[in-house]
Design a protein around this ligand. Structure first.
Ligand SMILES: [Fe+2]
Length: 384
């Protein structure tokens, strides 16, 4: 067995209603907490239980509601400015992946004084962050346990900051906060989490490790068993909590064994056509899996019964074909758009998407099969 490292969040608090236990983290967060979220999350009242919990333990809160999907640098700068002006002793991020990503960077930059432009890439952070607690309101990105923040830096380009400094002190997984998620968002974010587990399991990263692979399999069991229940009956607390747990485990897996071509091909779809991240992944997943199957068929066959238990007793070749077939049919069963043309992408836009995907070298190096420009174009054409 080759050597590896595995890092994750020191404390995870999970269970319906556990947001009330935020008060237990008062000693970490301090007495002045900047709460980072977006207007939609605040409007639906999801931040209220957290504010009540902070008030209970005598902490003062200032709320930053400026997070938008695919956050640009200006949002990070505004959050940092508010943290400094408020004299924040800690940062609490509540929301989808974008809010959590902004909270991570705000906690870092408000304390370290580093410049955002200098820390893009892997391992370029040198300073320390403010205490940080993250609370996801979707079950998908796993951002609450990843050392990554994604920032939109131009009209279409996204850059990542990857550093252990971005791992929070604690993550709270409270299914009550995901009850109101619409079915389509539940479905797409759930498939994003599945992609994290699948790509972590098959990652060509030198740090692909047995802990990540074990977590990926358990994540797929939880996500596979609960995604349809959560989509069809959003108030099913047990299914919602299982989805949050599955997404978090998948997040821990890919935080240490990074994702690959599904994400590389999904990012340009999000960047150019503003298709949400989870749906972008869902649209290309079966096609990338079919492309990869020639080199990682054994791994897919091993994952197949985790996601699709009826394949448990099937032979290897049937497991592999059943896995690809299952991934193809899942978005259909969940009522998601399944073709790129369904989300407004024109066929003559595919070559540019392929060019942009090839720029995602940070991700493509992890793909089990080398992806050329013509491969990327063909995968998009299959998905169109
Ligand atoms: Fe993702």
């Amino acid at each position: 067995m080759s050597s590896f490292t595995f890092a994750t969040v020191p404390q995870i608090i999970a269970g319906p209603g556990c947001i009330a236990r935020l008060s237990e983290l008062k000693t970490r967060l301090g007495s002045r907490v900047l709460v980072i979220s977006d207007e939609g999350v605040v409007r639906t009242g999801l931040v209220q239980p957290a504010l009540a919990s902070l008030a209970d333990c005598g902490a003062e809160a200032s709320i930053f509601t400026g997070v938008v999907a695919d956050p640009p640098e200006a949002v990070i700068h505004a959050a940092v400015a508010q943290a400094i002006e408020f004299g924040a002793t800690g940062v609490l991020g509540i929301g989808g992946g974008s809010s959590l990503d902004v909270a991570k960077l705000a906690a870092l930059l408000a304390k370290s004084g580093e410049t955002l432009g200098n820390i893009y890439g892997v391992g370029n952070v040198t300073g320390q962050r403010l205490p940080l607690v993250l609370v996801p309101t979707t079950a998908g990105t796993g951002s609450e346990v990843t050392p990554i923040s994604i920032v939109t830096t131009g009209a279409y380009q996204k850059k990542g900051v990857v550093s252990p400094a971005l791992l929070p002190d604690a993550a709270l997984l409270d299914a009550n906060l995901t009850i109101g998620l619409p079915p389509a968002v539940t479905a797409a974010t759930g498939i994003d989490a599945m992609v994290h587990a699948i790509e972590a399991f098959t990652s060509k990263s030198a740090n692909n490790n047995p802990v990540s692979r074990a977590l990926a399999k358990e994540a797929l069991r939880l996500l596979g068993a609960n995604i349809e229940i959560a989509v069809q009956n959003g108030t099913d607390l047990a299914a919602r909590q299982a989805m949050l747990l599955g997404a978090m485990l998948a997040g821990q897996a890919f935080a240490n064994s990074p994702v690959a071509a599904v994400h590389a091909l999904a990012y340009p779809i999000g960047g150019r056509y503003h298709v949400p991240h989870g749906l972008s992944n869902s649209l290309v997943l079966p096609h990338v899996a079919r492309f990869n199957a020639t080199v990682c068929g054994d791994a897919y066959a091993e994952l197949a019964p985790c996601l699709f238990p009826h394949l448990e007793s099937a032979r290897q070749t049937e497991r592999l074909s059943g896995f690809i077939e299952g991934l193809t049919m899942l978005p259909v069963r969940l009522n998601l758009p399944v073709r790129l043309r369904d989300v407004g992408i024109l066929k003559d836009g595919l070559p540019l998407l392929a060019e942009n995907a090839m720029e995602q070298t940070r991700l493509l190096v992890n793909n089990p099969r080398t992806v050329s420009l013509s491969d990327a174009t063909r995968i998009y054409e299959d998905a169109w």
